[in-house]
Design a protein around this ligand. Structure first.
Ligand SMILES: *Cc1c(COP(=O)(O)O)cnc(C)c1O
Length: 461
């Protein structure tokens, strides 16, 4: 399996190149040269098999010669063992034709754990073989930082620095990061907001001497390794509901388009995915794009589902590349227009191809609260605001021909205030996480200054 960049400036890369690079040198995103497929008999043979076996079959063709079956299986087993549920990502039926796929049983209670736990192990193997080390830096408003820290705390090859806005993340989210006691983990609280943190990370990557000296690496959702790991649970859910002999649709609470892109990959691998429904909160760039064909950046508004409060959806570029029939020049033209004028129009044939599979819905803050309340009233389940964005949209899109699966991307205890406000019930942290509320915190407060942060990192990397 080889990989190429969506912008045409790089090709012929193997899995470990793509894993360690993150972004392609031409600014594009790596995609597989072709989508591997399993036939119906191969899918059928995986039914009723454990999560780990499905994961091996799904990930195998993408990984190529990098790992043999035994090595890949070891990565999968270790990652799966970090989850607090034997099925790793269990399905729960909510209504006649509506299921919820619980992706929050990992160490930090959000779906990002699935990918990060695999990514950290895959990166360690690649770095070990090349005898290299990396410095991972990232900015977080909550979920990404804690998932990355939990995943890389045992890394032998990576030192990780995560910037969060000082006194602007919830106590649970902060403590999930700052109570991790490992010599290669560093938390920096920036005197500023999330945008300042993101700008600082971007500035460090743009500071070429610093980037090369520190061997900076990113683990954000454009890394192909993260997308790959997420294909697995689309397959396990579809198989559990009768695929390949029964069609399944998915509704996905969407921000950067990484999670739902994995659903698209699952369909390209031969699973009968009928519809992929993008669910946005009021930061609705993708809903507007699917509805009007115009991709246009506007300001970000804060919501109760902060992990979906995004301005642009980076991974959408991968879908667009296919929809443009892999015309890298055409794609580059659209991306240039985006950086110049903050918008582009999708050509009609490409939009038609996207709409043949994708649908979109939008959930405002009142609807989120009402959905949390309704789900609790009807099923007794407490759901978090991100999950509620999905469920609200899924209810309007479910069709009898295909089972509808809505992805539950975070545990309700991660967002206890919103859940309590809607239902009067405060969700409790799972037993295994209670210790973080008492454990000692370790973080450094720094001003939003590039100099100060680079000095801090240089002294510790
Ligand atoms: C990151 C995140 C999302 C959005 O996922 P994307 O891959 O960015 O579309 C949704 N819900 C939760 C809880 C998240 O942490």
């Amino acid at each position: 399996m080889q990989y190429l960049s969506t912008r045409g400036g790089d090709a012929g890369r193997v899995f470990e190149d793509v894993l360690l690079a993150g972004l392609a040198p031409d600014g594009g995103l790596y995609v597989p040269q072709e989508w591997p497929r399993l036939d119906a008999a191969e899918w059928r043979a995986l039914r009723n098999h454990p999560w780990e076996e499905v994961a091996l079959a799904v990930m195998r063709p993408y990984v190529g010669d990098f790992l043999d079956d035994g090595e890949l299986r070891a990565v999968i087993d270790e990652a799966a063992a970090e989850f607090g549920h034997p099925a790793v990502t269990p399905l729960e039926q909510l209504d006649d034709n509506l299921w919820m796929l619980e992706l929050f049983h990992g160490p930090t209670l959000a779906f990002k754990d699935v990918a990060m736990q695999m990514l950290s192990r895959l990166m360690d193997i690649a770095l070990e073989r090349r005898d290299e080390r990396v410095t991972i830096i990232g900015a977080t408003s909550g979920d990404t930082g804690s998932a990355a820290i939990e995943a890389f705390r045992h890394s032998r090859r990576a030192t990780i620095f995560i910037l969060h806005p000082h006194e602007r993340v919830s106590a649970v989210q902060r403590r999930q990061m700052t109570t991790v006691d490992a010599p290669n983990v560093h938390n920096i609280a920036i005197e500023g907001d999330f945008d300042d943190c993101q700008a600082l990370v971007k500035a460090m990557f743009n500071d070429r001497p610093f980037r090369e000296r520190m061997r900076l690496a990113g683990v954000n959702s454009i890394n192909w390794g993260r997308i790959l790991a997420q294909i697995v649970y689309y397959a396990t859910a579809a198989l559990a509901l009768g695929a390949p002999d029964r069609a399944v649709s998915f509704t996905v609470p969407t921000g950067n388009f990484g999670d739902i892109l994995a659903g698209y990959a699952a369909r390209n691998m031969g699973l009968p995915v009928e519809r992929l429904v993008i669910a946005t909160n009021i930061n609705d760039i993708l809903w507007r794009t699917i509805t009007t064909g115009r991709y246009e950046v506007t300001g970000v508004k804060a919501t109760t589902s902060p992990s979906m409060d995004i301005q642009v959806s980076s991974n959408f570029e991968r879908l667009l590349f296919d929809a443009l029939e892999r015309d890298a020049d055409a794609l580059k033209g659209l991306m240039d227009r985006l950086s110049q004028s903050g918008a582009f129009d999708i050509p009609a044939p490409a939009l038609e191809r996207i709409r043949a599979l994708f649908d979109a819905g939008r959930t405002d803050e009142d609807e989120v609260r009402e959905e949390i309340r309704r789900t609790f009233r009807e099923t007794g389940e407490l759901v978090d605001p991100h999950t509620a964005v999905g469920l609200h949209v899924a209810r309007g899109r479910a069709a009898p021909e295909a089972a509808m699966v809505s992805l539950s991307t975070a545990h309700p205890a991660k967002f206890p205030d919103a859940v309590e406000q809607a239902t009067g019930h405060r969700p409790e942290l799972p037993e295994r996480l209670m210790h973080i509320m008492e454990a000692e915190e370790r973080f450094s407060v720094l001003p939003a200054s590039l100099d100060a942060i680079e000095t801090f990192i240089t002294a510790r990397a």
